[in-house]
Design a protein around this ligand. Structure first.
Ligand code: ADE
Length: 234
């Protein structure tokens, strides 16, 4: 799967994505993460890409033409057709279901804004999806793009070592994940729950499901309602 990020800070994306699981996935050729520097498409001799907002107000606005040219160049590199995701607090809020939907694409372009935003006219022309990562305002779209790339890339077959773990973890079936333990069996006088040492797989599954429900009820009752509705549990 190919990710391409249009940004004024390509080094943020390059440094943020090159380690750990994403770095390994790139080395294995399962994903690629490229960047386009929007500043390279400035039409200004000082390489400026922003200007004052019409109508006045605080801050600067990114100009339409460099953003348009950067996105078109990114799309061309991906064969001409790709969804263009604009990161903005005004977008649809990202969740696991959206990650699964985007993971079915072969190419994705991310557009990161800075300053007070981007000229609306270019957004109308190039953006296919506006996405927020939550109800708070960040200084730019780079961190949200990295959050999305991480959540999507780990769904690409082969990226996680064990393919099942993407299936059983938090948010699958609208439940939070059960607690996990590893050696030693006793730590700070706390014992690992006996059932996990029993080797009895059916009972372990049952215990894990109970713990998932318990946690979801405590921390995310909204999700538990969804789970009950979807699994017809009363
Ligand atoms: N840009 C600034 N804040 C953002 C957010 N919460 N989600 C996506 N993009 C953003």
């Amino acid at each position: 799967m190919e990710f391409h990020v249009c940004t004024l800070f390509p080094e943020m994306i390059e440094q943020g994505c090159q380690t750990s699981i994403l770095g390994r996935a790139m080395d294995k050729g399962l994903i690629s993460i490229d960047t386009t520097n929007i500043r390279d498409f400035s039409t200004n001799k000082h390489m400026k890409v922003d200007d004052y907002p019409y109508g006045g107000g605080a801050g600067m606005v990114m100009q339409a033409e460099p953003v348009y040219a950067a996105c078109e160049s990114a799309k061309q590199k991906m064969g001409g057709q790709a969804r263009v995701i604009y990161l903005t607090p005004q977008g649809r809020v990202f969740d696991q279901k959206m990650a699964e939907e985007f993971a079915r694409e072969d190419h994705l372009v991310f557009l990161c804004g800075h300053y007070e935003g981007i000229d609306e006219r270019v957004l109308e022309e190039v953006v296919t999806d506006s996405v927020s990562i939550g109800d708070y305002v960040l200084t730019g779209g780079e961190l949200p793009a990295m959050v999305m790339i991480d959540a999507i890339a780990r769904l690409v077959p082969g990226v996680l070592n064990n393919d099942v773990s993407a299936d059983i973890e938090s948010f699958h079936d609208d439940l939070l994940e059960y607690p996990q333990y590893t050696r030693p069996a006793v730590w700070h006088d706390k014992e690992v729950p006996q059932v996990l040492l029993s080797g009895h797989h059916a009972r372990i599954e049952e215990w894990r499901y109970e713990k998932s429900v318990e946690r979801t009820a405590k921390w995310r009752p909204d999700l538990l309602e969804k789970h009950k509705k979807n699994t017809c549990i009363q």
